[in-house]
Design a protein around this ligand. Structure first.
Ligand SMILES: *[C@@H]1O[C@H](CO)[C@@H](O)[C@H](O)[C@H]1NC(C)=O
Ligand SMILES: *[C@@H]1O[C@H](CO)[C@@H](O)[C@H](O)[C@H]1NC(C)=O
Ligand SMILES: *[C@@H]1O[C@H](CO)[C@@H](O)[C@H](O)[C@H]1NC(C)=O
Ligand SMILES: *[C@@H]1O[C@H](CO)[C@@H](O)[C@H](O)[C@H]1NC(C)=O
Ligand SMILES: *[C@@H]1O[C@H](CO)[C@@H](O)[C@H](O)[C@H]1NC(C)=O
Length: 470
């Protein structure tokens, strides 16, 4: 009797393990990262070859949801640049479960991690970013089309490593230049679905933070932001408004503008100055020379401004360049000839792709019935809400979507989390009060609330009585 019970419970445990194991790749399992606090969820990291012949391979970092990962959706996150790291950005300084510690030699827990709401997949994209690489150096001459194509292949191949996620609700998310990556990828996956007789991506939503969508609105918004925040004079503000034709503005310098416009723009940048963080104009800045010395001396580089460690980017670079960290992550398997950096400036990315208008792609996504959220940290001057808000409204107008939530405050912990509006029960624009270009960086709690609502398919609460705390 006792024996039989043992056998049965052993079988139950084994069956449970097999289900929990899900056939995930053992070689990509991350035991623990150096200096990592103990946690109950699993992490995986490794490579997915997207072109074996060229030797092109993308690096990913995957974190299971903190609780009930089998019941939670899958969210893909891409940082922008173009050429910046999703692992250095999203995963380890914005909303992943760990942040670098002040001495750059260990990790601390982020209590507001988005893996409370979802399984999280971060990808270094395109090849050349972070630990993604190609053996064929001409692959580093790339642009939007190649990036979307490789990410489509990546997703197909990643699902082979993680088959239990194939049919899981999939959310495509990102920030900044991912305003190009995410719509282009979403459309590539929708095209795949239209052509495919068998496997289809189960896309449930698209969300982008401070995204670059269309230059003729996003660029003037920066100067309007400078002006409205007292960062430039009336004279310079007026000179820009009078002399710049942003209709013809191009992403690559010298931007196809008149000399008078270029001169006003450079005056503006001079007045704004070097001692401000353009990505969050209310935060103090970190002095790299001081930080680097502190890190060498094994001291804490931490500098707190408004509750945020503004030196985290330097702590991150130190941590990711530790050989033991790269080993624990199964990263850098080809011993890349350069160190780890947040953005790859050597990537020869087609700058003209920055001119592309993303609204037609967003239109296509919405017409497929997929919800789109554009959210915006309201302290960002780089891709400010002034542009995104207008573009979302234009998009709604173009699609004849009626306002389904009138512009108004949303709440978190009985305070205003930001302002929000919704069109056609499908298209949402939301600001996050006090947040940077990297929305979760300065407002982790509000950002988590926004993300949790998004993946649940809930609206942001319009009263102080909210139905969830995270
Ligand atoms: C790239 O080159 C390295 C070193 O020659 C080799 O081990 C690897 O298999 C090649 N392909 C990929 C996808 O890494
Ligand atoms: C950058 O890429 C373009 C084509 O994508 C190519 O014509 C150009 O020569 C490349 N520049 C460098 C410096 O490799
Ligand atoms: C540059 O601006 C002119 C008008 O000033 C316009 O005709 C032309 O199409 C623009 N070029 C690009 C590449 O946008
Ligand atoms: C990869 O490893 C080599 C040493 O083998 C190191 O010099 C280089 O900085 C590392 N690069 C990255 C991107 O981690
Ligand atoms: C809040 O939202 C609910 C549900 O969408 C709506 O019925 C209600 O009128 C809204 N209240 C306010 C104050 O806007």
């Amino acid at each position: 009797m006792g024996m039989a019970w043992h056998c049965i419970s052993l079988l139950v445990i084994l069956a449970g393990l097999m289900v929990r194991g899900n056939g995930f790749p053992a070689e990509d399992f991350v035991e623990a990262l150096p200096g990592q606090p103990k946690v109950g969820f699993k992490q995986y990291a490794g490579y997915i070859d997207v072109d074996v012949k060229a030797g092109r391979s993308l690096f990913y970092y995957f974190v299971e949801a903190e609780k009930d990962p089998d019941q939670k959706p899958l969210a893909l996150w891409l940082n922008g640049g173009p050429g910046c790291s999703s692992i250095g950005g999203g995963a380890f300084t914005e909303f992943g479960p760990f942040f670098p510690r002040g001495d750059g030699r260990a990790l601390r827990r982020n209590k507001m991690s988005w893996n409370r709401a979802s399984n999280l997949l971060f990808v270094e994209s395109p090849a050349g970013v972070g630990w993604s690489y190609s053996n064929t150096s001409s692959d580093y001459n790339t642009g939007d089309a190649n990036t979307a194509r490789d990410m489509h292949i990546f997703m197909m191949e990643w699902f082979k490593k993680f088959p239990s996620f194939r049919s899981r609700a999939l959310f495509l998310t990102g920030e900044s230049y991912a305003g190009h990556y995410i719509p282009q990828l979403a459309v590539a996956l929708l095209d795949h679905n239209a052509d495919s007789k068998d496997f289809k991506f189960n896309i449930k939503g698209v969300a982008m933070g401070n995204p670059l969508l269309k230059l003729d609105r996003d660029v003037p918004a920066t100067y309007e932001y400078f002006w409205s925040h007292g960062m430039i004079s009336d004279e310079v503000g007026l000179a820009i408004m009078n002399n710049c034709d942003f209709e013809d503005y191009t992403y690559p310098s010298p931007h196809n503008v008149t000399e008078a416009c270029n001169s006003a723009i450079s005056q503006a940048n001079q007045i704004v100055g070097d001692y401000i963080n353009n990505y969050d104009v209310i935060l103090d800045v970190c002095y790299p020379s001081i930080v680097e010395q502190e890190l060498r001396l094994k001291k804490l580089a931490t500098k707190i401004s408004l509750g945020v460690d503004v030196c985290m980017t330097y702590e991150r670079r130190f941590y990711f360049n530790l050989p033991e960290v790269q080993k624990a992550l199964h990263a850098n398997r080809t011993n890349l000839p350069h160190g780890w950096s947040m953005c790859n400036d050597d990537l020869n990315y087609t700058q003209a792709d920055g001119n592309l208008d993303m609204l037609p792609l967003l239109k296509q996504i919405l017409q497929s019935g997929i919800p789109v959220w554009v959210f915006s940290g309201d302290q960002d001057s780089v891709v400010p809400l002034l542009g995104s808000r207008t573009l979302v409204r234009e998009l709604a107008h173009d699609l004849h979507l009626q306002t389904t939530v009138p512009y108004g405050a949303w709440f978190h912990k009985r305070q205003v989390g930001g302002w929000v509006t919704e069109y056609g029960n499908l298209l949402t624009f939301a600001t996050v009060r006090g947040a940077a270009h990297m929305v979760p960086f300065a407002q982790p709690s509000r950002a988590l609330h926004l993300f949790s609502s998004f993946v649940r398919g809930w609206r942001l609460p319009n009263t102080t009585q909210t139905r969830m705390d995270d």
